[in-house]
Design a protein around this ligand. Sequence first.
Ligand SMILES: [Mg+2]
Length: 497
Amino acid sequence: MNRLDYSIVVPTTGRDSLRLLLEALETATGPRPREIVVVDDRRGGGELPLPDSSTPVHVVRSGGRGPAAARNAGWRHATGTWIAFLDDDVLVAADWPDRLAADLLGLPADTAASTARIEVPLPAHRRPTDDERGTAGLATARWITADMAYRRSVLVAVDGFDERFPRAYREDADLALRVCLAGYAIASGQRVTVHPVRASGPLASVRAQRGNADNALMRRKYGAHWRRRIGERRGLLPRHALTTAAGAAGLAFGAAGRPREALACAVAWATLTGEFALRRIVPGPRTPREIGRMAVTSALIPPAACWYRISGELRHRRVTHPAPHALLFDRDDTLIVDIPYLADPAGVRPVPGAVDALRLVRAAGIQLGVVSNQSGVARGLISPGQLAAVNDRVEELLGPFGTWQVCVHGEDDGCVCRKPAPAMVRRAAAELGVDIERCVLIGDTGADVAAALSAGARAVLVPTARTRPEEVRHARAAAMVAPDLTEAVRMAMAGSS
Ligand SMILES: [Mg+2]
């Protein structure tokens, strides 16, 4: 059996549990990680009290920007083939490294990640409180970075966590969804990790409503059906909005001197709020303290949820999927008929319809770019001069492109530009001066689609005889698929997805 090559990344806010986790990892049986990267996400603060470790422990600071930014800082610093993310408050089993190896070794190359089974210990002698039930929800969530391992190469390809998610909420589902959209699978591992219930203040459930702002970002990114895409049921927001509206209307009628209407609204508000409180009290321990807490927070949660959702909608209002400002094209087998390692400009032949399709795009004021992998240069099969001559010939036949992004590295060079990495798509958007969300990349392979989606652009796949069936299948779920270039351009310009 191969040895597992992995690094552990632990974002921390300096909780005492970090020391316990590191001590448990020190004595655990199984393959040692290359390193443990502890990401100190406290804003200020001095040294972290770390126990002695036979594994190198690197401390990276991320300046209090939240778990998504902290994990990004951590995996970018780490060097293992696999990155095992652990939260600083989990308890790992004594043979966790062995179990991690069993989960990861032998996974096929298109499986990008493995989740642990998360266990939340609940009190045996009484019913769980609202807080405890909330944490217990982690055990059934689909993707939880409390213990989740990703291939580093895939994190590079999708550019890691989206740092617009500022708290420990939705950032893991967002990453997992992008990884799936990029054509990878996520495996359910067999290792079991314990996530204790955190002690939280009496208003924690109200503060948790800040997550509604992150839900707004999810909707902007993935459309109205985003919850279904992450395997979640409908949320409570519509109900909270109704409750809040009834309460606000009651106050307004009261202030306007219309007591009958005010009373009707107040009754509606009290009914909705009471029912909500009851639903939270019944499964709990029903102590006076818990009942009091539920009564107060049930009145505060609906307006808090609405407030945070509206602020999130405003903050993320520019994240949209409208008609494109730029179309980016793969070169070989998309714009021109592919001749492997084409070095002779005389061999350039546009695909049928290309000239007319591009004319339409230019007439609509949409910018154009080319994003192309040309590993033939690294392999010595094409000289840089020949590449330039072929690209010049493409422009002669098809007209000018506003930007050319060409990766001349080989597959194993470890560059950051080669598709499916998103770097060239990003650079093309930057050079054209357009938002990445307003770019559509048209290509003939899964790597083209993955590069576009990881960069935040949209994609249209035009399959050829060489496009693999699974690439088409993935593209049908994540992007648009067109029978030919003309149709692809039409779909891209229509701005539908
Ligand atoms: Mg191609």
